[in-house]
Ligand binder design. Structure first.
Ligand SMILES: C[S@@+](CC[C@H](N)C(=O)[O-])C[C@H]1O[C@@H](n2cnc3c(N)ncnc32)[C@H](O)[C@@H]1O
Length: 281
């Protein structure tokens, strides 16, 4: 399960290209990343993320230091939340530019120094830099960027503590249709209209800071269109003795209101998932 032979269409050359496209894309967008992806920062996403972290907290052993491995840390969306909880975080990322933004944000949290260690590298290649055992393995919006994501998860389970937790979020569900329905276009239009002030702000920041427009790299979100193989992920976890504590589908939209409406009322086919699972002792 999860070995490279399961990805028949991904040759080693294609895998190297996917990784290179990710490196270039994230180098390009690092400074404007947080402003470019409001779906990761609006109130609805923050509410769901807070609920997940609260759940994870209740699953951790009491009164013991907590060590987290955050894969694809980026600008620190998860890592800095974990650090705020007093947990020690190893953040791994391919992009030095994304990590530099994360470091700057971390440095601004004066009181919390010493809890974040950033490692720049490709997760499929890293071994010796991962100290482990980790209480939490976290993946936010990164698995769909990895050529061989099942293999990466399977390998990293080896550095998880015996009662460790895996947290996966902001990943695409398997896509059930390719084209866009009228409902989907209408929801996207509403989202874009409500997002307009935020877009204006982003463009102003780009102009003031003289940042170039990112080049589109077609292989960056390689598994996004088809979605992740959730069934295989769940059977990998259950076969390794994990109990799923939360599995949630939700809509990933640019504004909190539209994300909430689409998740609870419209249900257009654009689902992401988040899961929390814990290994039984
Ligand atoms: C969409 S961002 C997500 C960042 C962060 N986790 C978040 O939730 O905002 C994906 C991140 O994964 C990193 N990444 C992509 N491919 C990678 C790889 N093969 N190894 C390590 N990091 C990778 C990118 O550089 C980028 O910072």
């Amino acid at each position: 399960m999860g070995s490279d032979k399961d990805y028949k269409e991904i040759t080693p050359q294609l895998a190297a290209q996917i990784i290179e496209h990710n490196r270039l894309t994230h180098a390009d967008m690092a400074e404007l990343y947080d402003l470019s992806l409001p779906n990761l920062y609006h109130w609805y996403e923050r509410r769901l993320l807070g609920q997940d972290i609260d759940l994870i907290s209740t699953l951790l052993p009491a009164n013991q230091p907590v060590q987290v491995l955050d894969v694809g840390t980026g600008t620190g969306r998860l890592a800095l939340q974990f650090v705020r909880r007093g947990w020690a975080v190893d953040g791994v990322d391919l992009s030095a530019e994304m990590l530099a933004v994360c470091q700057t944000k971390y440095d601004a949290l004066q009181a919390l120094k010493g809890q974040l260690r950033l490692v720049c590298g490709e997760i499929g290649q890293l071994t010796s830099d991962l100290s482990g055992p980790y209480n939490i393995l976290a993946f936010s919006s990164v698995l769909h960027h990895l050529p061989y994501y099942m293999s990466v998860v399977e390998r990293l389970l080896e550095v998880l503590a015996p009662d460790g937790i895996i947290y996966i979020t902001q990943e695409p569900m398997p896509a059930d249709r390719v084209g866009k329905s009228i409902a989907m276009r209408a929801v996207q239009l509403l989202d874009q209209i409500l997002r307009a002030p935020q877009q204006v702000r982003k463009h102003l920041v780009r102009i003031i800071r003289k940042l170039p427009r990112p080049q589109g790299m077609p292989l960056t979100d390689y598994h996004d269109r088809k979605g992740l193989d959730v069934d295989r992920m769940l059977s990998l976890l259950t076969s390794q003795g994990f109990e799923v504590k939360r599995f949630r589908r939700y809509q990933d939209r640019k504004t909190g209101l539209v994300a909430w409406l689409d998740t609870h009322i419209f249900h257009t086919p654009n689902w992401k998932f988040r899961l929390v699972a814990q290994k039984s002792l």
